[in-house]
Design a protein around this ligand. Structure first.
Ligand SMILES: [Zn+2]
Length: 432
């Protein structure tokens, strides 16, 4: 067992950590649900830890850029991921990232990691542990015949792609965990929206992802997040990484397209039946995510810290009729995201919302918490106000100039699923 390890000249005890990345996780939805007692796991973490707003970058609303800033502690100019599509015209991936990310830094620092599903993580880079790239949720789109019917029900194409996971063999092990949409029972989908028998029949027929078919986006989101959750739980139980991180994209997609049903008074053309079916969809989905957090808590070893973060918030679109059909937006005012941090050494301050934190602070704060040096070339800072006096006293801040010295330059490379990625980004209204 790896209880302790020599890092630099000092012996540190390794703190276990689970990181849950919720795209577009917002207090706007969470706080009312907490008051209704509908998010017991969020609540438990908040009561035992510190929570606050997490400012996003004002220069972009593109998730690959923001999540790369979260996981590097650096601004886009430094990390090199500047949008959904690279300057050379293909979807961004890990070969375009110019600096080490958290998974690589923690690996260098002696921690074992399991990272699941984050943007631009293909090709899976070598880490001390396990890395599951975002291509896993895209793999099922390949090899479908017509462009109108490209949401196929199997993942076999994934097995033909290199470096979907690190180590490469991990994919074969995870493959049986991947559910196709039709393997998920009606009861599960019904947690998120209502179906009568006819509507359920129609829903089952959906084999595409289209921005004009919101139910197709709902289906895609549910399947994608559920598969990443199943992989994260598997890694936690079977591989026991010291730091596990998992990313859920669904809340962002569902908030973009289903906000109109939650606040129909601001939108025209929402039918009574749509209100019944989808009025609670966003809120219901947070309860699904809360369950996922609960499952992770139940599977983590006692004493494991939990960090819940989002890249930005979400709000009702200011003006209806945006061409992407979005009714929720984060591109107009760049609303803050969320942060909940709970674990040994973290202050329990349930009645206070920490202000002034930025998503750039996440990586420096994690490194400090885990006893590793913070790099001076990072743009964020350690959020000292999250830690107890005792922890601060016994954990002096260590600094190093940079983590970059040892990073090999990687040759830029396009993915075999680039055209599927572009279709997905178009369907979501992220690119045109
Ligand atoms: Zn978004």
């Amino acid at each position: 067992m790896s209880g302790c390890e020599w890092l630099g000249s000092k012996k540190i005890k390794k703190q276990k950590l689970v990181i849950v990345g919720i795209d577009a996780g917002t207090w706007k939805i969470i706080l009312p649900l907490l008051r209704e007692g509908r998010l017991p796991n969020f609540q438990a973490l908040m009561e035992r830890g510190s929570s606050g707003y997490l400012a996003t970058l004002k220069t972009t609303s593109a998730s690959p850029v923001l999540w790369t800033s979260i996981l590097t502690g650096k601004l886009p100019e430094k990390h090199g991921i500047k949008g959904y599509i690279s300057v050379r015209g293909f979807p961004v991936n890990s070969t375009m990232r110019k600096v080490k990310d958290l998974a690589e830094i923690l690996s260098d620092g002696g921690y074992t990691v399991g990272f699941v599903g984050f943007w631009a993580s293909w090709p899976a880079q070598k880490v001390r542990g396990w890395l599951v790239s975002d291509l896993v949720s895209l793999g099922r789109f390949k090899d479908s015949q017509a462009s109108a019917n490209w949401y196929v029900d199997d993942y076999s194409y994934l097995l033909k792609i290199k470096k979907v996971t690190y180590p490469e063999d991990l994919l074969k092990e995870l493959y049986p965990l991947l559910l196709s949409p039709h393997q998920i029972p009606r009861e599960f989908y019904q947690r998120v929206c209502e179906f009568n028998d006819r509507e359920w029949e129609e829903f089952q027929k959906i084999h595409w992802v289209s921005r004009t078919d919101f139910e197709s986006l709902l289906k895609y989101s549910i399947v994608s997040d559920l598969n990443f959750q199943r992989i994260a739980l598997y890694l936690l139980k079977e591989k026991k990484p010291e730091v596990l991180a998992v990313y859920f994209e669904g809340p962002d997609i569902i908030e973009h397209f289903f906000w109109r049903y939650m606040e129909p008074e601001y939108f025209s053309g929402v039918s009574e039946r749509e209100k019944e079916r989808f009025g609670e969809t966003i809120r219901n989905y947070y309860q699904v995510i809360d369950d996922y957090i609960g499952e992770l808590r139940a599977s983590a070893e006692p004493g494991t810290a939990f960090l819940i973060i989002s890249d930005h918030g979400m709000e009702r679109v200011i003006k209806e009729g945006s061409e992407a059909l979005h009714s929720g937006s984060h591109a107009q005012k760049h609303p803050d995201g969320i942060m909940i941090f709970s674990g040994p050494g973290i202050k329990a301050q349930r009645d206070k919302m920490v202000q002034g934190a930025s998503l750039l602070d996440i990586t420096p704060t994690i490194l400090y918490y885990l006893g590793l040096p913070v790099a001076e070339d990072m743009d964020g800072e350690v959020l000292m106000e999250l830690f107890t006096e005792e922890f601060l006293k016994s954990h002096p801040l260590k600094l190093i100039p940079t983590y970059e010295k040892k990073r090999k330059r990687i040759k830029e490379q396009a993915s075999p699923l680039d055209s599927e990625m572009v279709k997905k980004l178009r369907a979501l209204g992220y690119i045109h």
